[in-house]
Design a protein around this ligand. Structure first.
Ligand code: GTP
Ligand code: MG
Length: 195
Protein backbone atom coordinates (compact mmCIF):
# COMPACT_ATOMS: atom_id res chain seq x y z
CA UNK A 1 0.00 0.00 0.00
CA UNK A 2 1.62 3.20 -1.13
CA UNK A 3 1.23 6.30 1.03
CA UNK A 4 0.89 9.39 -1.11
CA UNK A 5 -0.61 11.74 1.47
CA UNK A 6 -0.85 11.72 5.24
CA UNK A 7 -1.96 14.69 7.26
CA UNK A 8 -3.01 15.56 10.76
CA UNK A 9 -6.57 16.89 10.72
CA UNK A 10 -7.85 17.66 14.21
CA UNK A 11 -7.65 16.88 17.90
CA UNK A 12 -11.32 16.50 18.67
CA UNK A 13 -12.81 16.80 22.14
CA UNK A 14 -16.47 17.23 21.22
CA UNK A 15 -18.62 15.15 18.83
CA UNK A 16 -19.42 18.17 16.64
CA UNK A 17 -15.72 18.57 15.87
CA UNK A 18 -15.46 15.21 14.12
CA UNK A 19 -14.90 15.31 10.34
CA UNK A 20 -18.02 15.19 8.20
CA UNK A 21 -16.68 13.73 4.97
CA UNK A 22 -17.72 10.15 5.82
CA UNK A 23 -14.39 8.46 5.05
CA UNK A 24 -13.92 5.11 6.84
CA UNK A 25 -12.33 5.43 10.26
CA UNK A 26 -9.81 3.01 11.77
CA UNK A 27 -9.46 3.70 15.50
CA UNK A 28 -6.63 2.66 17.82
CA UNK A 29 -7.16 1.85 21.47
CA UNK A 30 -4.82 0.50 24.09
CA UNK A 31 -2.98 1.14 27.29
CA UNK A 32 -1.15 4.38 27.56
CA UNK A 33 2.43 3.99 26.25
CA UNK A 34 1.63 0.71 24.45
CA UNK A 35 2.68 2.18 21.10
CA UNK A 36 -0.48 3.45 19.34
CA UNK A 37 1.03 6.63 17.89
CA UNK A 38 4.22 4.81 16.90
CA UNK A 39 2.12 2.27 15.04
CA UNK A 40 0.38 4.99 13.04
CA UNK A 41 3.73 6.53 12.12
CA UNK A 42 5.08 3.15 11.01
CA UNK A 43 1.98 2.40 8.96
CA UNK A 44 2.32 5.68 7.05
CA UNK A 45 6.13 5.69 7.03
CA UNK A 46 6.47 9.03 8.75
CA UNK A 47 8.80 9.54 11.65
CA UNK A 48 6.63 11.77 13.77
CA UNK A 49 3.29 12.75 12.26
CA UNK A 50 1.47 11.14 15.18
CA UNK A 51 2.89 12.49 18.41
CA UNK A 52 4.69 9.92 20.49
CA UNK A 53 6.22 10.36 23.88
CA UNK A 54 7.96 8.44 26.59
CA UNK A 55 5.63 10.27 28.98
CA UNK A 56 2.44 8.22 29.24
CA UNK A 57 -1.04 9.68 29.29
CA UNK A 58 -0.23 12.59 26.99
CA UNK A 59 -2.76 12.03 24.21
CA UNK A 60 -6.03 13.39 25.60
CA UNK A 61 -8.25 13.83 22.53
CA UNK A 62 -9.31 11.91 19.46
CA UNK A 63 -6.51 12.69 17.02
CA UNK A 64 -7.48 12.35 13.37
CA UNK A 65 -5.01 11.56 10.58
CA UNK A 66 -6.22 11.44 6.98
CA UNK A 67 -4.41 8.94 4.76
CA UNK A 68 -4.41 9.11 0.95
CA UNK A 69 -7.75 10.96 1.04
CA UNK A 70 -9.16 7.45 1.68
CA UNK A 71 -9.40 6.82 5.38
CA UNK A 72 -8.74 8.21 8.83
CA UNK A 73 -6.64 6.79 11.62
CA UNK A 74 -8.18 7.89 14.90
CA UNK A 75 -5.68 7.81 17.77
CA UNK A 76 -7.46 7.40 21.12
CA UNK A 77 -6.08 8.57 24.43
CA UNK A 78 -4.39 5.66 26.20
CA UNK A 79 -6.08 4.14 29.23
CA UNK A 80 -4.83 2.71 32.48
CA UNK A 81 -2.36 5.41 33.37
CA UNK A 82 -2.33 5.63 37.16
CA UNK A 83 -1.63 9.34 37.47
CA UNK A 84 -4.71 10.40 35.50
CA UNK A 85 -7.39 11.82 37.80
CA UNK A 86 -10.74 10.12 38.34
CA UNK A 87 -12.56 13.03 36.69
CA UNK A 88 -10.34 12.78 33.61
CA UNK A 89 -10.84 9.04 33.46
CA UNK A 90 -14.62 9.44 33.52
CA UNK A 91 -14.44 12.07 30.81
CA UNK A 92 -12.31 9.70 28.74
CA UNK A 93 -14.92 6.96 29.18
CA UNK A 94 -17.72 9.23 28.01
CA UNK A 95 -15.91 10.43 24.89
CA UNK A 96 -14.86 6.94 23.84
CA UNK A 97 -18.18 5.30 24.60
CA UNK A 98 -20.11 7.91 22.63
CA UNK A 99 -17.73 7.47 19.72
CA UNK A 100 -17.95 3.66 19.72
CA UNK A 101 -21.71 3.71 20.11
CA UNK A 102 -22.62 6.40 17.59
CA UNK A 103 -19.89 6.76 14.99
CA UNK A 104 -21.15 5.19 11.77
CA UNK A 105 -17.80 5.76 10.04
CA UNK A 106 -15.98 3.51 12.52
CA UNK A 107 -15.12 0.43 10.44
CA UNK A 108 -12.47 -1.23 12.59
CA UNK A 109 -10.86 -0.85 15.96
CA UNK A 110 -7.24 -1.86 16.39
CA UNK A 111 -6.84 -3.10 19.96
CA UNK A 112 -3.15 -2.59 20.63
CA UNK A 113 -1.55 -4.97 23.15
CA UNK A 114 2.08 -5.14 24.29
CA UNK A 115 3.09 -8.67 23.26
CA UNK A 116 5.31 -9.06 26.31
CA UNK A 117 2.49 -8.89 28.85
CA UNK A 118 -0.99 -10.38 29.23
CA UNK A 119 -3.79 -7.93 28.38
CA UNK A 120 -4.92 -5.90 31.40
CA UNK A 121 -8.38 -5.73 32.91
CA UNK A 122 -8.91 -2.50 30.95
CA UNK A 123 -7.97 -4.25 27.70
CA UNK A 124 -10.52 -6.98 28.43
CA UNK A 125 -13.22 -4.42 29.23
CA UNK A 126 -12.48 -2.55 26.00
CA UNK A 127 -12.74 -5.80 24.06
CA UNK A 128 -16.10 -6.64 25.68
CA UNK A 129 -17.37 -3.12 25.01
CA UNK A 130 -16.52 -3.44 21.32
CA UNK A 131 -18.21 -6.81 21.05
CA UNK A 132 -21.27 -5.43 22.80
CA UNK A 133 -21.54 -2.67 20.20
CA UNK A 134 -20.72 -4.97 17.27
CA UNK A 135 -17.54 -3.15 16.25
CA UNK A 136 -15.08 -5.21 14.15
CA UNK A 137 -11.82 -5.69 16.08
CA UNK A 138 -8.29 -6.47 14.98
CA UNK A 139 -5.96 -7.44 17.82
CA UNK A 140 -2.48 -6.06 17.29
CA UNK A 141 0.31 -7.54 19.42
CA UNK A 142 2.99 -4.89 19.15
CA UNK A 143 6.63 -4.49 20.27
CA UNK A 144 7.37 -7.92 18.79
CA UNK A 145 11.01 -6.82 18.51
CA UNK A 146 11.17 -7.01 22.31
CA UNK A 147 10.88 -10.80 22.49
CA UNK A 148 12.64 -13.55 20.53
CA UNK A 149 10.88 -14.86 17.46
CA UNK A 150 10.64 -18.34 19.00
CA UNK A 151 8.33 -16.99 21.68
CA UNK A 152 5.91 -15.10 19.41
CA UNK A 153 3.37 -17.93 19.05
CA UNK A 154 3.20 -18.58 22.76
CA UNK A 155 2.68 -14.89 23.53
CA UNK A 156 0.03 -14.41 20.84
CA UNK A 157 -1.82 -17.40 22.28
CA UNK A 158 -1.66 -15.86 25.77
CA UNK A 159 -3.04 -12.55 24.43
CA UNK A 160 -5.97 -14.26 22.68
CA UNK A 161 -6.78 -16.44 25.66
CA UNK A 162 -6.72 -13.60 28.17
CA UNK A 163 -9.04 -11.48 26.01
CA UNK A 164 -11.21 -14.54 25.29
CA UNK A 165 -11.04 -13.37 21.71
CA UNK A 166 -13.33 -14.81 19.07
CA UNK A 167 -11.42 -17.05 16.67
CA UNK A 168 -12.63 -14.98 13.72
CA UNK A 169 -10.97 -11.77 14.95
CA UNK A 170 -7.78 -11.07 13.01
CA UNK A 171 -4.58 -10.97 15.07
CA UNK A 172 -1.50 -9.19 13.74
CA UNK A 173 1.97 -9.37 15.19
CA UNK A 174 3.58 -5.95 14.84
CA UNK A 175 6.67 -3.90 15.56
CA UNK A 176 7.04 -0.16 15.08
CA UNK A 177 10.79 -0.66 15.34
CA UNK A 178 11.22 -3.20 12.55
CA UNK A 179 8.02 -2.78 10.54
CA UNK A 180 7.09 -6.42 11.21
CA UNK A 181 3.38 -6.95 10.38
CA UNK A 182 2.92 -3.70 8.49
CA UNK A 183 1.70 -5.31 5.27
CA UNK A 184 -0.51 -7.77 7.16
CA UNK A 185 -2.17 -4.92 9.00
CA UNK A 186 -2.71 -2.95 5.78
CA UNK A 187 -4.39 -6.06 4.33
CA UNK A 188 -6.82 -6.18 7.26
CA UNK A 189 -7.54 -2.44 7.00
CA UNK A 190 -8.03 -2.61 3.23
CA UNK A 191 -10.53 -5.44 3.62
CA UNK A 192 -12.77 -3.54 6.04
CA UNK A 193 -12.53 -0.10 4.46
CA UNK A 194 -13.41 -1.40 1.00
CA UNK A 195 -16.78 -2.71 2.26
P1 GTP B 1 -0.10 7.40 24.72
O1 GTP B 1 -0.39 8.35 23.62
O2 GTP B 1 0.53 8.04 25.92
O3 GTP B 1 -1.30 6.59 25.10
O4 GTP B 1 1.04 6.34 24.21
P2 GTP B 1 1.06 5.52 22.83
O5 GTP B 1 0.29 4.25 22.98
O6 GTP B 1 0.71 6.38 21.67
O7 GTP B 1 2.61 5.08 22.76
P3 GTP B 1 3.79 5.72 21.86
O8 GTP B 1 3.57 5.39 20.42
O9 GTP B 1 3.97 7.13 22.25
O10 GTP B 1 5.03 4.82 22.33
C1 GTP B 1 5.43 4.76 23.69
C2 GTP B 1 6.87 4.30 23.78
O11 GTP B 1 7.03 2.95 23.29
C3 GTP B 1 7.84 5.14 22.94
O12 GTP B 1 9.03 5.28 23.67
C4 GTP B 1 8.06 4.30 21.69
O13 GTP B 1 9.31 4.53 21.08
C5 GTP B 1 7.98 2.88 22.24
N1 GTP B 1 7.48 1.91 21.22
C6 GTP B 1 6.31 1.96 20.55
N2 GTP B 1 6.17 0.91 19.71
C7 GTP B 1 7.29 0.16 19.83
C8 GTP B 1 7.75 -1.07 19.22
O14 GTP B 1 7.09 -1.69 18.37
N3 GTP B 1 8.97 -1.54 19.62
C9 GTP B 1 9.72 -0.90 20.55
N4 GTP B 1 10.90 -1.46 20.90
N5 GTP B 1 9.34 0.25 21.15
C10 GTP B 1 8.14 0.79 20.80
MG1 MG C 1 -0.08 8.36 21.65
Amino acid sequence: YKITAAEFVISAVRPEQLPEDALPEIALAGRSNVGKSSLINKMIQRKALARTSSQPGKTQQLNYYRINEQLYFVDFPGYGYAKVSKVQREKWGQIIEAYIRDRKQLKLLLLIIDIRHPPTKDDCLMYEWLKHHGIPVCIVATKSDKIPRGKWDKHVKMVKETLQAESTDPVVLFSSETGNGREDLWDVIRRVSAK
